[in-house]
Design a protein around this ligand. Structure first.
Ligand code: APR
Length: 174
């Protein structure tokens, strides 16, 4: 089941939170910076041993001082106008994270809005990709009991709320 909530992902106590990282996995600004600050220095120490991560792929670490047990790091695509496979790469971020979460036995997962900050991915497209990908993955993986999309501001939440409403309407049996 997918819930759209407002809040700070570093405070959400779920099995795994997702980090909108960069390919170095060595921290950054935005949610990446917030997660590293809240998790403490051991997170960076573990990330150093992962030797980076390709855009659209995902790697998992412990959560350390975070309430979440794990952090799943995924570098989203930088928006370059939409003709460089950005939507496919964003879809792959959500799928890779959920696959890793299921493999690790996570029942609850929280995502930030990947790529819609510093990476400038338009919110309308990103929220549609995210909602569609999460819902279809969860349909075939009931072991993932709950996914939260944690929005840091009201504008972002508005896009995810309407993306979810559109998907739900599409799936109402007539
Ligand atoms: N909790 C939840 N969401 C947050 C938080 C937080 N504490 N802080 C920021 N966000 C939101 C932003 O408001 C935005 O909606 O996360 C979303 C993603 O924005 P960014 O963090 O800028 O991530 P992204 O656009 O994917 O850019 C990734 O930024 O921080 C660097 O190292 C990172 O180079 C990478 C790039």
């Amino acid at each position: 089941m997918l819930k759209i909530v407002s809040g700070d992902i570093t405070k959400i106590s779920v099995d795994a939170i997702v980090n909108a990282a960069n390919t170095s996995l060595l921290g950054g600004g935005g949610v990446d910076g917030a997660i590293h600050r809240a998790a403490g220095p051991e997170l960076l120490a573990e990330c150093r041993m992962l030797h980076g991560c390709k855009t659209g792929q995902a790697k998992i670490t412990k959560g350390y001082r975070l309430p979440a047990k794990y952090v799943i790091h995924t570098p989203g695509p930088v928006w370059n106008g939409g003709s460089r496979g950005e939507e496919e790469l964003l879809k792959s971020c959500y799928e890779s994270c959920l696959k890793l979460a299921a493999e690790r036995g996570c029942r609850t997962v929280a995502f930030p809005s990947i790529s819609t900050g510093i990476y400038r991915f338009p919110l309308e497209k990103a929220s549609a990709v995210a909602v569609r990908t999460i819902l279809s993955f969860c349909q075939s993986h009931p072991e993932i009991e709950e996914v939260q999309m944690v929005c840091f501001d009201e504008r972002t939440k508005g896009f995810y709320d309407s993306a979810l409403q559109k998907e739900n309407i599409l799936h109402i049996e007539f």
